[in-house]
Design a protein around this ligand. Structure first.
Ligand SMILES: [Zn+2]
Length: 88
């Protein structure tokens, strides 16, 4: 696991592979991934709680976090091939 300083908050935890992928994503994509997550329990957009982590599987970046309001788990999947913002 690797910790980063700015522009990525140092509370984030990413595997090395995820960190490399994360670094290639546009700032807008990273911002949306973290700060515009959808909580199904709260039925509203939330920013992931600061303890979220990231890993890579099948060329996709998986951000695993939780809702800061109700603590429900939230997974964000980002297709690194297109660097498209998550659709959820
Ligand atoms: Zn929630």
């Amino acid at each position: 696991m690797v910790r980063f300083r700015n522009p990525v908050p140092n509370t984030e935890r990413l595997s090395l592979e995820a960190a490399l992928l994360w670094a290639t994503l546009p700032a807008e994509v990273r911002d949306r991934a973290v700060n515009h997550a959808w909580c199904r329990d709260c039925r509203q957009r939330v920013a992931l709680a600061p303890s979220w982590s990231g890993r890579v599987a099948v060329k996709k970046l998986f951000l695993e976090g939780s809702c800061p309001r109700c603590a429900a788990p939230i997974t964000r999947i980002i297709d690194a091939g297109t660097a498209a913002p998550p659709s959820s």
